[in-house]
Write a protein that binds this ligand. Structure first.
Ligand SMILES: [Zn+2]
Length: 82
């Protein structure tokens, strides 16, 4: 797993959750999540966050949400955000 894939997967999570990307990208992200526990954890974390954000703001994710996600990944041993 490379940093690149992690960044890509995380960057696409919002679109994934919003069903804004095609099946090919979804499959790619899913494949990455399967072999990358930090990202998989972040994905669940992100789903939760996203639901909260959507409820409260009903608009685009805020930058601090991404910061929290980065912090989470860092705590879980990912190279994301370096
Ligand atoms: Zn990853």
């Amino acid at each position: 797993m490379s940093k690149h894939n992690c960044q890509d997967a995380v960057a696409q999570v919002y679109f994934y959750l919003d069903d804004e990307i095609g099946w090919f990208k979804k499959a790619r992200i899913k494949r990455h999540l399967k072999k990358c526990p930090p990202c998989e954890g972040a994905f669940g974390f992100e789903s939760h966050l996203k639901a909260m954000v959507r409820e409260r703001l009903r608009e685009e994710p805020q930058p601090e949400v991404m910061d929290r996600l980065r912090a989470y990944l860092k705590d879980n041993g990912s190279d994301f955000g370096r």
